[in-house]
Design a protein around this ligand. Structure first.
Ligand code: GDG
Length: 469
């Protein structure tokens, strides 16, 4: 239903994507339907909307077609459109060619291009204008993530009456790294337009705090408090949670149990099933876990007749050069492992470069004895939490990078440094041999941690602090 835009929304989310996306049914654009967008941001943020009567969401539909605002389930969806060229500068370029690698330190070099920056500013302005148009007097606006770091500052200029919160889903790098960015002060000032800035970890919050004080952009007013332009700006860690009940309940159903049993049978009923689930992204360390597996097989430390690995790599950002290269590298490594160690009908690595649906994902979490989460750097990593939520019977072993934000809460996982291949190999070998009593003792506190901070707690915690002056 199309609707006119009135400044009547008491609560406005501003995120790169809308919470729904248009799916072409017949591939020629004649018919289609809206479905929930994938990813952790939407599932964590969407429920908070229910606490507010009149809410709106500003975001991109993923297409270059101009769409009118419309209401879905009481929520005003306000599409932001961008041309193919603008998407290249703003999204592929500045967001994913500059900021994403810079913030995930040294996975690939960050590129700095002035025309990307111009595109980033232009599109941030578009989101800020849209938010200014729909927000009611005194409304709360919650801006999300690295694509939109200029929006709080731009919005504050347009609408000083608003309460503005910003949450960064990815890491914030140490000041020593960040200062190489030619537009460091503009980005930091953009974020300082907020009343409250949330990060995934205390380290990220601390990095930002030190940066702005060191650059003379704000004064230190005590732990987590900055003084900027006559206002108080608070910074704090709010580790994001998942919809625990959804994973826990689905995992307990007969349907998922049957599915998991069937999956293990189809894998050749191995002794141990290892699993990786990631967007195909160079920060996630998919290559490093394949390298560790290959060496363990080459050395004879793992028996390919007993151990099988499933790697789901959801297609992602496939217009960006580094992602194309990674895809080729992963294809090659999987081929090499299976060529050297597989048998006809029994590959060692089952590689799925596709999106799997929720029931299939759950069945995989249930079928996996070992979950490998080995990013070089990750804001949080929801997959680690989802696995823990699905292991209601306290079986299974999580191997987790110490550089994922999740490692702070899930410190009972087998923690690894993904740059240390020998250490990773030792952790995998240890996970394969782990006794059920140890697995249980590790999972119990991890489940307690995941249950204690779910997605709704996370959003409410942030929004309560934002409301508190
Ligand atoms: C960013 C930050 C932070 C993946 N493949 C499939 C699938 N997924 C789902 C997972 C999970 C989500 O996508 C991925 O979330 P992550 O947290 O692991 O990673 P990013 O996408 O990089 O997210 C991250 C997050 O924002 C939230 O703040 O934790 O650090 O980088 O929910 O289950 N889901 C389905 N099929 C797949 O093939 N159904």
């Amino acid at each position: 239903m199309a609707t006119t835009t009135e400044p009547d929304r008491k609560f406005v989310i501003v995120a790169n994507r809308l919470p729904v996306r248009w799916v072409d049914d017949d591939r020629n654009g004649d018919s289609g339907h809206w479905e929930t967008s994938p990813g952790g941001l939407v599932s964590a943020v969407r429920p908070s909307v229910a606490d507010y009567g009149q809410a709106g969401w500003i975001g991109w539909t993923g297409s270059d077609v101009d769409e009118e605002p419309f209401v879905d389930d009481g929520l005003l969806l306000h599409p932001v459109s961008m041309t193919v060229d603008e998407k290249e500068l703003f999204y592929d370029g500045m967001s994913n060619g500059t900021l994403w690698p810079l913030y995930h330190d040294k996975a690939v070099p960050a590129e700095f291009h002035r025309h990307w920056w111009d595109g980033y500013r232009r599109i941030n302005r578009r989101y800020a204008d849209a938010a200014a148009k729909v927000a009611a007097e005194g409304a709360t606006v919650w801006v999300h993530d690295y694509q939109l770091q200029l929006v709080p500052g731009m919005l504050r200029e347009l609408r000083p009456d608003l309460r503005i919160g910003f949450f960064l889903h990815i890491p914030f790098p140490p000041p020593e790294l960040f200062v190489g960015l030619p537009w460091r002060d503009e980005i930091a000032l953009g974020m300082l337009g907020s009343d409250l800035i949330g990060f995934q970890t205390p380290d990220a919050a601390d990095n930002f705090h030190r940066l702005v004080v060191r650059r003379g952009l704000a004064d230190d007013s005590g732990p987590g408090v900055l003084a900027h332009a006559g206002r108080r700006v608070r910074t704090r860690a709010y580790p994001i949670g998942i919809d625990v009940a959804r994973y826990d309940q689905a995992a307990r159903t007969d349907k998922v149990s049957d599915h998991a049993r069937d999956l293990r049978a189809r894998l050749g009923a191995p002794h141990t099933v290892m699993l990786g689930v990631d967007r195909l992204d160079y920060t996630k360390g998919i290559d490093v876990r394949l390298r560790a597996l290959k060496e363990l097989l080459d050395d004879g430390d793992i028996n390919p007749r007993q151990v099988t690995m499933v790697q789901v790599a959801q297609p992602s950002r496939d217009d960006v050069e580094a992602y194309i290269t990674l895809r080729e590298e992963v294809d090659r490594m999987v081929g090499e492992i299976n060529g050297d160690h597989g048998r006809v009908g029994f590959p060692v690595v089952h590689y799925i470069h596709q999106n799997v649906d929720f029931p299939e994902l759950l069945a995989m979490y249930r079928a996996a004895d070992i979950m490998l989460v080995t990013p070089f750097r990750d804001g949080m990593n929801l997959v680690a939490k989802e696995y823990v939520a699905a292991r209601y019977d306290l079986t299974g072993c999580l191997v987790l990078s110490e550089f994922a934000g999740a490692a702070t809460e899930l410190s009972d996982a087998l923690l690894v440094n993904p740059y240390d291949i020998d250490g990773l190999k030792a952790a995998i070998a240890r996970a394969v041999a782990m006794e059920p009593t140890e697995a249980r003792a590790r999972l119990e506190p991890m489940r307690a941690a995941v249950l204690a901070n779910d997605a709704v707690d996370w959003a409410r915690g942030f929004l309560a602090d934002l409301a508190d002056r």
